[in-house]
Design a protein around this ligand. Structure first.
Ligand code: NAD
Length: 475
């Protein structure tokens, strides 16, 4: 196998502060050094975990050993920025450092900002004094969006720019254009949110799965009691224990018995009284075909359903259902089985993130499945093998490269569009983003399928097989 390693370059002369240096941090750092011409000693990594210090230092980064906290983050970051007049870049790839507080800090201190999830400070998810509604990804996103009206024409700050959330929002737009073309629709490429929503509505899309099947195979035997994953085990456990959440489309007739709507905000999504890592959903990806995944809560389920909402006289007339269907590697599926069926939801204390060296073979197939159009459901996405990943970039598996290359893309986008304030990946020019990222995504392809839940279960003839009640497997 051979691969063409992307070689595009851009100058950036300001300081870069990378917070967190776990699986995604060590994956992103080499791409930053490969694609940005930096001033020497301009990149600092902050991490309380020194495991990967030598990797950061081998690239010329300064490694600051320590944790950012609610009490120290302003002084630590201000000291690092000093009286530097050049615009800085804060890259938050940590767990448990507040995205909202860092977004505010960046805007006040002439810095760009990027993260891959909306992170709260520690304790948030396990605080029994906070209601499930307020602990949801929906609430975290809403709290960030309170800043939107203040952060206009400020240094571009990109929320949730990983693979998913992140890149998959660009895939949705590419998929829409492909389906429109295949339907011989007479259309012009949409420019605004409402134009994109109308195109989706015209194509009769009822819903979208963020359908991921990670078939990477570990060389290591899974030890009982160890949570194994291809990215943050701590992050994966936290999101699998959170209530499942999904964008709730106008196609849905019955709110699930354990489903709850929100009273405030955009109201694009609902949450279930069940942890997402224990809710199974039917879906389809090109290589595996029909299978089940876990409906883990993710920001993109909420942002995509919100972005494509059409209202008339204040009333929602169109919105797609949207949710994640995550089928991680078998060792993670086993770890989730332990978490829910042996540990009764008590988080593991031993973790293993598989490096590229721990993986034998396989691919991460991550894309979007749009259903409702008469041509059938359409999956569009990336199939990236571990073998190609090894040729493209160091210190990462296929999952990591889909994320790190999206972070790199976000950094380039912010530098190309420096004063856009707070944005999400749905707001970014998708073709520019995919043009930057595509060299790192393996095979980018679209596939139609005649699969629907009706292939799996009896559904009354007059019912719509795409309703969530037929997608969900266990109640
Ligand atoms: P990881 O657990 O491997 O690493 C997390 C890093 O954060 C570690 O270096 C840890 O020491 C550091 N950290 C923890 N607390 C900190 C603090 N208080 N101050 C500074 N650093 C701190 O996680 P990862 O796999 O690298 O993931 C990083 C983030 O990216 C997580 O939030 C994860 O959910 C997110 N993620 C997003 C996507 C996506 O596609 N959007 C995909 C994978 C991971």
């Amino acid at each position: 196998m051979s691969a063409i390693v992307p070689s595009f370059k851009k100058d950036f002369s300001g300081p870069i502060i990378m917070i967190g240096f776990g699986s995604i941090g060590i994956a992103t750092l080499p791409l930053i050094y490969r694609h940005l011409n930096l001033k020497s000693n301009s990149l600092t990594v902050i991490s309380p975990d020194e495991t990967n210090r030598s990797i950061a230092e081998s690239y010329g980064a300064t490694f600051l050993h320590g944790a950012l906290t609610e009490d120290n983050y302003i002084s630590v970051l201000q000291t690092l920025l000093g009286d530097n007049q050049e615009r800085a870049f804060i890259v938050n790839l940590s767990t448990e450092v507040s995205s909202k507080d860092l977004t505010i800090f960046a805007s006040k201190n002439n810095a760009h900002y990027i993260d891959t999830v909306v992170e709260p400070w520690p304790g948030f998810y396990f605080n029994n004094n906070i209601s499930k509604a307020d602990q949801s990804n929906y609430a975290l996103r809403e709290s960030l969006h309170e800043l939107k009206s203040e952060l206009i024409n400020t240094p571009t700050a990109i929320s949730c720019c990983g693979a998913n959330p992140g890149m998959v929002s660009w895939f949705v737009k590419q998929a829409l254009l492909n389906i429109a073309k295949d339907n011989n629709l007479d259309f012009t490429i949409p420019k605004t949110r409402i134009e994109w929503s109308r195109l989706m509505q015209e194509l009769q899309i009822k819903g979208i799965h963020i359908a991921e099947r990670d078939s990477q195979i570990s060389k290591l035997e899974k030890k009982p009691g160890v949570f194994v994953n291809t990215w943050s085990a701590v992050g994966c456990i936290a999101e699998c224990l959170q209530p499942a959440e999904l964008g709730w489309g106008t196609n849905e007739k019955d709110l699930p018995n354990d489903g709850h709507q929100h009273n405030q905000g955009c109201k694009s999504s609902i949450y279930l009284d069940a942890p997402g890592g224990n809710v199974k959903v039917r879906t389809w990806t090109p290589t595996a075909g029909s299978h089940y995944g876990f409906l883990v809560t993710h920001n993109e389920a909420i942002s995509i359903s919100d972005y494509y909402t059409i209202k008339e006289e204040g009333k929602v007339v169109y919105r797609p259902t949207c949710h994640y269907s995550y089928r991680p590697i078998e060792a993670t599926v086993e770890s989730l089985d332990e978490l829910f069926n042996k540990r009764n939801g008590k988080p593991h204390t031993e973790f293993k993130i598989l490096t590229e060296g721990d993986i034998d073979s396989g691919s991460d197939q991550l894309g979007v499945l749009l259903f409702g159009n008469s041509k059938g459901a359409y999956w569009y996405g990336s199939t990236l093998s571990i073998d190609e990943t090894r040729l493209l970039a160091p210190y990462q598996n296929a999952t990591g490269l889909q994320v790190s290359s999206a972070v790199l893309t976000g950094i380039f986008y912010a530098l190309n569009h420096p004063d856009e304030g707070l944005i999400e990946t749905d707001n970014m020019e998708f073709s520019e983003c995919l043009e930057i990222q595509k060299g790192y995504l393996g095979k980018l392809s679209g596939h139609y399928t005649n699969w629907s839940p009706r292939n799996e279960i009896e559904i009354p003839e007059n019912d719509d097989p795409w309703e969530f009640k037929y997608i969900r497997i266990n109640d």
